[in-house]
Design a binder for this molecule. Structure first.
Ligand code: 13P
Length: 252
């Protein structure tokens, strides 16, 4: 069964105590309001991860990281390995977020290596793809997403691929307040699912969770999630606000 997931990406926000308070509030909410099979993942900065992982006790609620290094260990000052992330109790990691591709020059090849390293260490991968505005306006958005997935993700064996979920995040919608329309989201998600079908077969395509990200909030989540190929969301700004975030989950 395809999983229904809302993941919050806190990005570089929240001092330690503020993050712990937010995680505690969200945990209490989902103890009182059970997730009933849906999954919620809080992707926190590294410094929160160990403490947040320990305080999340609600069924279906877990923690994740926002990045990992492609090496297993060693002299990589300032970096964090997948094994270290796993040792905190976190269950997943975001790979290939557009901010990492843009600001840190992360290439498809590097992202493939990071994905392999995360999977080797038992983490679920939330693999991001999405086009910038000029690419959509130039009508090459499908090609861009196809290339990102083929080079970064479709190099995996079927078994490894089954431990990944895909997040479609059009870069022009991230943090801009401009959300993709439900039709735009559905069109791209159906395209992505078809790529999975071509590569891994119909069974895998039906099982693959595809999240939408980009200015998703409580007021537009329901219409986005109502689409047959949109299985949840990857939430940035709205994941920092307890009520807003929990209402997005409610819309799922
Ligand atoms: P916003 O929800 O702030 O647009 O960010 C989306 C995002 O980048 C999640 O990874």
């Amino acid at each position: 069964m395809r999983k229904k997931i809302v993941a919050g990406n806190w990005k570089m926000n929240m001092k330690l105590n503020d993050g712990l308070t937010l995680a505690e509030d969200i945990n209490s909410h989902f103890i009182t309001n059970p997730l009933n099979g849906r999954k919620v993942i809080l992707c926190t900065p590294f410094i929160h991860l160990s403490l947040v992982s320990k305080l999340l006790t609600a069924e279906g609620l877990s923690s994740g990281a926002q990045n990992c290094n492609d090496h297993s260990s060693g002299a990589f000052t300032g970096e964090v390995s997948a094994a270290m992330i796993k040792s905190t109790g976190a269950g997943s990691v975001i790979i290939g977020h557009s901010e990492r591709r843009t600001y840190y020059g992360e290439t498809d090849g590097l992202l493939a290596a990071k994905t392999a390293e995360a999977l080797r260490n038992g983490l679920m991968v939330i693999f991001c793809c999405g086009e910038v505005l000029a690419e959509r306006e130039g009508k090459i958005h499908f090609e861009v997403v196809r290339r990102q997935l083929e080079n970064g993700l479709f190099v995996l064996s079927p078994e490894d691929f089954s431990k990944c979920i895909i997040a479609y995040e059009p870069v022009w919608a991230i943090g801009t307040g401009v959300t993709a329309s439900p039709a735009q989201a559905q069109e791209m998600h159906a395209f992505i699912r078809n790529l999975v079908r071509e590569k891994y077969g119909t069974g895998m395509a039906d099982e693959t969770t595809i999240l939408y990200g980009g200015s998703c909030k409580a007021s537009n989540a329901a219409e986005l999630f109502a689409n047959p190929d949109v299985d949840g969301g990857l939430i940035g700004g709205a994941s920092l606000l307890k009520e807003e975030f929990c209402n997005i989950v409610k819309a799922l």
